[in-house]
Design a protein around this ligand. Structure first.
Ligand code: NI
Length: 167
C-alpha cells in the first residue's frame, strides 16, 4: 500500500495536459492502487493521476458512502453532455476551498477499466459531476478555472500562504 503526496494548486503540474495510457501494464496497476489508497486516505471521492504528479489519463472515483464502489477510468472520453447542474465542489488539490460550479447534469463516457476492457458509462447526479471534474484534471483544468479571475486570484494567494506555513 502506497500513499502519495497530493499536489496543491497552483503547482504547475496540475495545469498540464496528461498523455493517454498506451498499455495497462504493472506500472499502471501500481499507479491505480496508489491513487485509490491516496484518495481513500485523504479522504476524497475522486483523484486524477496528475494530482500525484503523473501526467497520464487515469482517474479513480468512489462516491459510495461505505467506500466500497471503486471506479477506475483509463483514457476516459466524454461522448455526450446533457442538462445543467450547480454543485458546490471541492478538490484535494485545492484544500479548504468550496465553490459552486455549473456543469452538465448527465454525461456519457467511454473508457477502459483496469483490466483493459472498454466500458461505456452513463451517469447523473454526483457521479456525473465527479467524472467531469476528474477528466478536467487530465486536461490541466481545475474547478477554480470556472470561477472569476478575482476569486481565483484570492484562492491562489491563500493556498500559497498555506504552503509556506505548513512545510
Ligand atoms: Ni479535483
Amino acid at each position: 500500500m502506497t500513499v502519495s503526496a497530493i499536489l496543491h494548486y497552483p503547482d504547475a503540474t496540475l495545469l498540464k495536459h496528461s498523455k493517454p495510457v498506451k498499455s495497462i501494464n504493472d506500472d499502471i496497476q501500481a499507479l491505480i492502487d496508489t491513487m485509490f489508497e491516496t484518495m481513500y486516505q485523504a479522504p476524497g471521492i475522486g483523484l486524477a493521476a496528475p494530482q500525484i504528479g503523473t501526467l497520464l489519463r487515469v482517474v479513480v472515483i468512489d462516491i459510495s458512502e461505505n467506500k466500497d464502489a471503486p471506479l477506475c477510468l483509463i483514457n476516459p472520453e466524454i461522448t455526450h453532455l446533457e442538462g445543467e447542474a450547480d454543485y458546490e465542489e471541492g478538490c484535494l488539490s485545492v484544500p479548504g476551498i468550496y465553490e459552486t460550479v455549473t456543469r452538465a447534469e448527465r454525461v456519457s463516457v467511454i473508457a477502459q477499466d483496469r483490466s483493459g476492457q472498454s466500458v461505456k458509462l452513463e451517469a447523473d447526479g454526483l457521479l456525473a459531476i465527479c467524472i467531469q471534474h476528474e477528466i478536467d484534471h487530465l486536461n490541466g483544468k481545475l474547478f477554480v478555472d470556472y470561477l472569476s479571475a478575482m476569486k481565483r486570484q484570492r484562492i491562489r494567494k491563500k493556498l500559497l500562504k498555506q504552503s509556506r506555513q505548513t512545510m
